[in-house]
Each structure stands twice: as C-alpha cells, then as structure tokens.
Write a protein that binds this ligand. Structure first.
Ligand SMILES: Nc1ncnc2c1ncn2[C@@H]1O[C@H](COP(=O)(O)OP(=O)(O)OP(=O)(O)O)[C@@H](O)[C@H]1O
Ligand SMILES: [Mg+2]
Length: 290
C-alpha cells in the first residue's frame, strides 16, 4: 500500500509535523488524548490541523462540532483547529474504496500543509485509513488503559496469563507501517506509549504495570510518557466542546478545583515529556528532516 501521495508528502522540504493517535483496541483514550493535544499545541501558539480518520464514530469531529456550537453562542474560547473528517468510502471494491480514501487523506493533508502540526485520530480497528495514518505518523501516540488486560495491545501473553510469548499483532503492525514509511521516504517514527485512566492510588498492580512497560520499551521500540488519570472531567467537558485546558481561561470558564488543576498538569506533563509543549514564538514549522 504505497499511494503516490505518501512519496510526495515525505519529499516536501517543509511540512507540518504529524502526530497520530493509534491503538487497535477501542476505548483506550485515543480521541480524548487527540483533543487535549490539539488544544495544548494551540495554546503553545502553534497552528494545528486535525484529521479524523474514524469516520464511523467521528468522536473528534463531534467534539469540534460541540465546540463550534459553543463559539457560535458568543463564547470566546481557545480557538479552533482546521478540521477535516475523512469518511469511510462507499465504493464496493476494496481497491476502489482504498483509492477513494487515500484521495480524501491526500486532499486533507494538502489543505493543511501550512499548519505547524497535524493531529490525527484513528479508529480502534485495523482499517485502511488506520494503516495510512500509522505510516504518516512522525510521532505515534498509543494510549493504553492502565490494566493488565490491555497489555495484549503490545505483547502476546501465554495461557498462564503471565508469560510474555511475543509481540502483539498491533506491535508487529506498527513495525510493518514503520518499514513502509521508510520505503516511501519517511523519517524514523517516534513511538510513544502512554497509560490512560490511571488509578489515583499507587497500587501493586499499577507498579507492576509500570515496571513491565519500562522493561518492554527497548525491545518494542517505544518510549513511555506519563498518562492521564481516571477523571470524570475528561468525559464531562466533551459534550460542551471544552477541554481541561480551557478551564484556565477567563473566570467564566473557571470551574476549576483541585482535580481540574491536576488534570491540566497531567496534560502538560504528557506534552512536555514528548517534546510538544515548548512555547512557539514564531510559529515554527517542522520539516521532514527536522
Ligand atoms: N482519563 C480518562 N478519565 C476518564 N474517562 C476517560 C479518560 N480517557 C477516556 N475516557 C473516556 O473513555 C471513553 C473512551 O475514550 P476515547 O473515546 O478517548 O477512546 P478511543 O480510544 O478514542 O475509543 P475508540 O477506539 O472507540 O475510538 C470516553 O467516554 C472517554 O470520555
Ligand atoms: Mg476514538
């Protein structure tokens, strides 16, 4: 799968840096993390394009619509990314559908070429659009629910429930997309795994999970970033089109309490740890070789 546009994209001397949220398990926090990354980058002064490759659920797109409604009602908020939704193709043949979807992605990326960043949300399943998203990722962020059950996203676990028997199909898929990316002229991928919905107690399970993820990182080729805690506020604000970062805006948004401040801090800690939270004075654009 090497649509021509991938080669053209990687050949561009200057282009946005692409951050992709990926994990083939549903409900792991891809869309929640994408939303916070988009507005975190925007509040650092970057221009951001957002692309929703999960046309069936369209969670990110619904969030943007909620936010637009809020803005239309006269509220001054952090701002809006340049958003594009890529819909699943209705073409009957596989080849036709892939061609159609690749053309939509190419069109969206061409329109977002002037942005500093493009943040891409992908579906929780192995679709053509998800594969394309993974090839385009300069940084791939994989949120993982903080549970041993979700370790199977990264590794296969033996019948005893403890022994690691090899990489998971998702880890192998990431390596495969990485290889394809290099073949069409892309730079090496930066793969970041982050635990989501962390319990607030440092339980034995949590420590064991931490230890195991640390141990697996060098062999699978990812780095570990601090994740988001389990907080109702991440869910509650979604319907209003707000993020925890908006809560530090003028007083009318200040629903703030200690937990909200902690949520903001963990979003910044996550962004800093992957090098995305520096202040931008001149709207630095990222290059393919940068
Ligand atoms: N840190 C968190 N604390 C509390 N709730 C969370 C947190 N992260 C995600 N959620 C909630 O969990 C649900 C799934 O999250 P989200 O939609 O971000 O996952 P996803 O990986 O995009 O799912 P899908 O694969 O279905 O697209 C949502 O209701 C979201 O609000
Ligand atoms: Mg989602």
């Amino acid at each position: 799968m090497t649509p021509d546009f991938l080669q053209d994209w990687f050949r561009k001397p200057v282009r946005p840096r692409v951050v992709v949220l990926g994990n083939q398990k549903g409900g792991s926090g891809k869309s929640t993390t994408a939303i916070h990354l988009i507005f975190g980058l925007m509040s650092c002064g970057y221009t951001v394009g957002s692309v929703d490759l999960d046309g069936d659920q369209a969670t990110l797109t619904h969030f943007i619509e909620n936010r637009k409604r809020l803005a239309a009602s006269g509220n001054s908020i952090l701002g809006m990314p340049e958003h594009r939704l890529v819909e699943s193709s209705l073409e009957r043949s596989v080849a036709g559908a892939e061609e159609d979807e690749a053309a939509q992605v190419a069109g969206a990326f061409a329109e977002l070429l002037d942005q500093d960043y493009i943040v891409v949300d992908t579906p929780g399943s192995d679709t053509f659009l998800s594969r394309l998203g993974h090839i385009l990722a300069d940084i791939l962020v994989t949120p993982l629910n903080d549970s041993f059950l979700d370790l199977d996203v990264l590794v296969r676990i033996g019948p005893d429930g403890q022994t690691i028997t090899g990489p998971s199909s998702y880890s192998l898929a990431v390596l495969d997309r990485w290889g394809l990316r290099m073949m069409v002229g892309g730079q090496p991928l930066d793969w970041v795994v982050t635990r989501n919905r962390l319990s607030h107690q440092r339980t034995r399970n949590r420590r064991q999970m931490e230890h195991l993820l640390d141990r697996l990182a060098p062999s699978l080729g990812y780095s570990l970033a601090p994740g988001f805690g389990e907080r109702v506020i991440y869910r509650e604000l979604f319907v209003q089109g707000l993020t925890v970062l908006d809560l530090s805006e003028p007083a009318r948004w200040r629903l703030g309490n200690k937990s909200h401040a902690a949520a903001r801090n963990e979003v910044w800690a996550f962004m800093k740890s992957i090098g995305l939270a520096e202040e931008s004075s001149a709207g630095k654009r990222r290059t393919a070789t940068g």
